[in-house]
Design a protein around this ligand. Structure first.
Ligand code: CA
Ligand code: CA
Length: 187
């Protein structure tokens, strides 16, 4: 990774992003200009990512939540979000199909990436989320703490009651109770 990386997107990457994201070449090109201007190294570090979240959620502590989202966006696990990973994330969160969004949400909750969400993992994410939101939202009594919210989600989603959620259970659960989506929409 030198400093003299091209200011223009490489044709191969452009072609790939056209296929994956559904954005037009013009849109991708504009994103690339902005991204390159903001991050001349052509990637985002976790520190920079946390700064972005801190701007969006000034009333709480978003550090931990930002770390979990960063882990999810950093597809090749190299500790940075490059332009390709950035565009994949943008396309799913902004214009992706519901199924893609849910898969991404699932990956945030599946902290160790083993394909199941345990209570402990969900609790960790809700803890991070509640810290981030601070006192900025009013919560109903049955979800007023991360523990209560975790229990509620498991009551609704854990069909076979084995204490962990599969992707199928997660997707079905959200379809039956779209209000759960609201709390997923913070990335
Ligand atoms: Ca990466
Ligand atoms: Ca897991």
């Amino acid at each position: 990774m030198g400093l003299n990386q091209s200011k223009n997107i490489k044709p191969k990457m452009l072609e790939e992003l056209l296929q994956i994201t559904g954005f037009s070449a013009q849109e991708i090109f504009e994103w690339y200009q902005d991204f390159h201007k903001e991050y001349p190294q052509n990637h985002l570090t976790v520190r920079e990512f946390k700064k972005l979240y801190a701007n969006f959620f000034p009333s709480g502590d978003s550090n931990r939540f930002a770390e979990h989202v960063f882990r999810t966006f950093d597809l090749n696990n190299d500790g940075t979000i490059d332009f390709r990973e950035f565009m994949c994330a943008i396309s799913v969160t902004s214009s992706g199909r519901m199924e893609q969004k849910l898969r991404m949400a699932f990956n945030i909750y599946d902290v160790d990436g083993d394909g199941y969400i345990t209570r402990q993992e969900m609790l960790e994410i809700f803890n991070a989320m509640y810290k981030m939101l601070g006192n900025s939202i009013r919560l109903d009594d049955d979800v007023s703490t991360p523990e209560k919210r975790t229990e509620k989600v498991f009551r609704q989603m854990d069909r076979n009651m084995d204490g962990k959620l599969t992707l199928d259970e997660f997707i079905d659960g959200v379809k039956q109770d779209p209000s759960i989506l609201r709390l997923l929409n913070v990335f």
